[in-house]
Design a protein around this ligand. Structure first.
Ligand code: C2E
Ligand code: MG
Ligand code: MG
Ligand code: MG
Length: 282
């Protein structure tokens, strides 16, 4: 393959790169045992309506390493994805999230949904829809209360296969949303063809709503477009009152972010449901 490299290519391999590669490999090795060693857990971040009432939550994975401590999913999910470990981790997430949801429903907590992240490799498994069906059956959860968050990149790669699989999931009764919406390249043509329920506006746009007129315009446009396509729209990464006000003025109806709550363990989420979120209502 040397021929493909330009003549002027200079290859660097710095000691720091070696260290990074070693670290990745070590993490991958340890991640293999994380499930059986009970090091993984789910946190839940509330998703609230216009009045600040908690309707549901997004399940977010956490890894507490015995010696390295907390490791961010931003670090280990890509490793899991590249190594294929995401398949067993994803299954664990799905089962654990559904168990929580079932328990909360049995307690009569009045949630409408729980959002679960699905990685591209997990979604691409030929037997994915069947696996989801078994977990729904096994946990006895109401499928219409489960919302899968798919990324835009996943959705535009191999569109025919994607739509077919999405339809399979819709037949099971699930809700589907696109996560980090606006950062990928999905065209309107595709969006129209996909059996979607929700668009989730990426937090990078929300973050700069107040300072960047372009981002404000993008957010307003995504909300208007969602309305035309009869999709619900949720904003992630809502941190400030002015961001919330802008989103509300532009017709956004669901919100998630530090302004309301950080992701928290299940028992804290239940407490928060009982108490409600202070001073966020309009
Ligand atoms: P995501 O699905 O887009 O999740 C949103 C991320 O934004 C979460 O980071 C959340 O903690 C963070 N966040 C929420 N509100 C705010 C806010 O107001 N400000 C800021 N700055 N950040 C906020 P987290 O938990 O570190 O997860 C990072 C990413 O890792 C997720 O992005 C998702 O892509 C992935 N991930 C997390 N859990 C899972 C999982 O169970 N399965 C898969 N496949 N991926 C997961
Ligand atoms: Mg997500
Ligand atoms: Mg996101
Ligand atoms: Mg901000």
């Amino acid at each position: 393959r040397a021929k493909d490299d330009g003549r002027d290519t200079i290859r660097f391999f710095l000691p720091s790169m070696q260290a990074a590669a070693d670290y990745r490999l070590a993490l991958e090795k340890e991640l293999r045992h994380a499930i059986e060693r009970d090091e993984l857990s789910l946190y839940f971040q509330p998703q609230v309506d216009y009045h600040g009432n908690i309707l549901g939550a997004e399940a977010l994975i956490r890894w507490t390493h015995p010696t390295k401590g907390f490791i961010s999913p931003g670090t280990f999910i890509p490793i899991a994805e590249a190594s294929g470990l995401i398949l067993s981790i994803g299954e664990w997430v799905l089962r654990t999230a559904c168990r929580h949801l079932k328990q909360w429903n049995d307690q009569g907590l009045g949630l409408t949904h729980l959002a679960i992240n699905v990685s591209p490799r997990q979604f691409r498994q030929p037997e994915f829809v069947g696996q989801v069906q078994s977990i729904l059956d096994e946990t006895g959860v109401n499928p219409s209360m489960v919302c899968f968050e798919l990324t835009e990149g996943l959705v535009i790669d191999n569109i025919i296969d994607t739509i077919e699989k999405m339809q399979g999931l819709k037949k099971l009764g699930l809700q589907l949303s696109i996560d980090d919406f606006g950062t990928g390249y999905s065209s309107l043509t595709y969006l129209k063809k996909m059996p979607l329920d929700i668009l989730k506006i990426d937090q990078s746009f929300v973050r700069d709503i107040e300072t960047d007129a372009n981002d404000a315009a993008i957010v307003a446009t995504i909300i208007a477009m969602a309305e035309h396509l009869y999709l619900k729209v949720i904003a992630e990464g809502v941190e400030t009152r002015p961001e919330l006000d802008f989103l509300k003025q532009n017709g956004c109806n669901l919100f998630q972010g530090y302004l309301f709550s950080r992701p928290i363990p299940g028992h804290q989420f239940v407490d928060l449901l009982a108490k409600g979120i202070p001073q966020t209502g309009s």
